[in-house]
Design a protein around this ligand. Structure first.
Ligand code: F3S
Length: 402
């Protein structure tokens, strides 16, 4: 691989042992992926933050890296942690988990990482421009950055993203290259796709079929408009498959401005969303736990929840998960108070997948997110109902589905 003199100096240890280790990771991965060179990145988003996921081994790895003097060179944000950093006691998080989680965050802080703890960095100021190279790791955010913003990132792992942050470089391969951003599948969507849940179900089907390919979607229906539908679509495709970039005819930037369909592209058709809804729903009636906010809720979604709940009271546990900044904005507008008045809770910095919810004894969940439905059943062992926001809030009030 061709390295600049500065990159070679990082590799030889001239910038300290923390930077040396980071450059060793970047170069080793570059060799695996046959990258010819490295490219500077404008921002990094790091996953592998929850103590539930990384455990003591991950914590020690981060602490050691921080102690070696590693510091990030570019703006770097974090994925959700295992708890609301301010209200973890009210969440019912055990004290020993909380103290380990804070150690993880301290290691990140020591390396200069902003403790944003959100899977929607693009809603809180980290918005890369068209063609800009970044190294992000949260799969739904990677999908958003590539597809909706037209930025360029591969789906990084936690350590490779952190190594990119410390060196300011990533490997030039995969979705950083024009040729790999072309769609090899055209997906004709012939059924109506209206609600955010419909987009989640569609994303589930496409991801399941195409795994890590780049699809070009043609939608029969109009009215896509809202960003949250695209967020739901991309998050689902990245969860059921590993789709890190998609194009939508007439909607996404590269589909509007460039020729993004490969010459030998195959065409597949989706006639119905039924298979998606079927796969994401267990036949349960009783609902103990309702989760809204995967990926993290925007202020608009929190407002919708608060308005819907006005004058109602929830029977099931209701969590709305969001970023710290959005929660604070929602507090200022009195939305958090309104949701609390109905018995719901708004947590920042976390979500049910990365929080230790197994210890809270829930068996069933309802959610409006296809990604959450998939992960809650496969990673947390919950029986799940998946539907629109209104259906989920109704389930929270009645304690049952329908
Ligand atoms: Fe975010 Fe958790 Fe969903 S990290 S994308 S809310 S599974």
């Amino acid at each position: 691989m061709n390295l600049t003199s500065e990159e070679r100096a990082m590799l030889s240890g001239e910038f300290g042992s923390g930077v040396k280790r980071a450059m060793e990771i970047v170069v080793a991965l570059g060799n695996v992926y046959r990258a010819k060179e490295l490219i500077p990145v404008k921002s990094v988003q790091v996953s592998g933050v929850s103590y539930k996921n990384i455990g003591d081994a991950g914590l020690e790895f981060l602490k050691e890296w921080a102690e070696k003097g590693a510091r990030v060179r570019v703006p770097t944000t974090l994925n959700p942690a295992g708890m609301d950093l301010k209200s973890w006691k009210e969440m019912g998080i055990p004290e020993d988990f909380a103290s380990k989680q804070m150690e993880v965050l301290e290691a990140f802080r020591a390396m200069g990482v902003a403790l944003t703890c959100s899977c929607t960095p693009y809603l809180i100021g980290n918005v890369p421009g068209i063609g800009e190279h970044v190294a992000w790791s949260e799969s739904s955010a990677v999908s958003f950055a590539n597809s909706i913003l037209g930025a360029r990132t591969n789906r990084e792992g936690g350590p490779s993203a952190l190594a990119a942050a410390i060196t300011g470089r990533t490997m030039r391969y995969g979705l950083h290259l024009d040729e790999n951003r072309k769609a090899r599948y055209v997906v004709e969507v012939r059924c109506a796709v209206k609600s955010e849940a419909d987009f989640g179900a569609l994303g589930y089907i496409v991801g399941n079929l195409l795994e890590n390919e780049v699809p070009y979607l043609r939608l029969a229906t109009e009215g896509l408009g809202e960003g949250k539908k695209l967020i739901a679509l991309g998050a689902a495709m990245a969860a059921s498959g590993a789709v890190a970039l998609y194009h939508i005819e007439g909607v996404t930037p590269e589909a509007k401005w460039c020729d993004v369909i490969a010459k030998d592209a195959k065409t597949i058709a989706i006639e119905s969303l039924e298979d998606g809804y079927k796969a994401l729903n267990s036949p349960i009636e009783s609902i103990e736990f309702v989760c809204i906010g995967c990926p993290h809720s925007s202020l608009t979604e929190i407002e919708e929840v608060a308005l819907w709940l006005e004058g109602r009271r929830v029977k099931a546990k209701l969590w709305v998960t969001t970023s710290r900044r959005t929660k604070e904005e929602a507090e200022e507008l009195g939305l958090v108070e309104k949701i609390k008045a109905s018995g719901g809770e708004v947590w920042a910095d976390t979500c049910p997948i990365v929080a230790p919810i197994e210890e809270m004894g829930f068996r069933s969940m309802a959610t409006n997110s296809a990604k959450m439905a998939l992960y809650a059943s496969s990673y947390c062992g919950l029986e799940v109902r998946f539907g629109t926001l209104e259906m989920c809030l109704d389930a929270a009030v009645k304690g049952r589905w329908y």
